[in-house]
Ligand binder design. Sequence first.
Ligand code: SF4
Ligand code: SF4
Length: 92
Amino acid sequence: MTHVVCKPCYDCKYTDCVVVCPVECFYEGEKMLYIHPDECIDCEACVPECPVEAIFLDENVPEEWKEYIQINAEMAPQCPVITEKKTPLAEK
Ligand code: SF4
Ligand code: SF4
């Protein structure tokens, strides 16, 4: 299993989530973050940190966002890792 970043993250990137991840498995796309499914250890630390509730355990991803399970798996390996909080896109 893994945790998955879903649509509410799009255009936000508050990145509160990345600083709590013990295995640094968040990756930074142009518009949102992705979790690498082979690296996430399902510790759930990131879930309460996300102000827009974008992160779900894969089996709990709401039906309309199921595609994000695949999107995270495809995009995370192509993006740079992010381990420090950044200015939210919305505030730039
Ligand atoms: S805190 Fe939530 S919305 Fe912000 S970057 Fe992390 S997953 Fe995306
Ligand atoms: S559940 Fe834990 S290991 Fe997985 S992305 Fe969130 S903080 Fe990182």
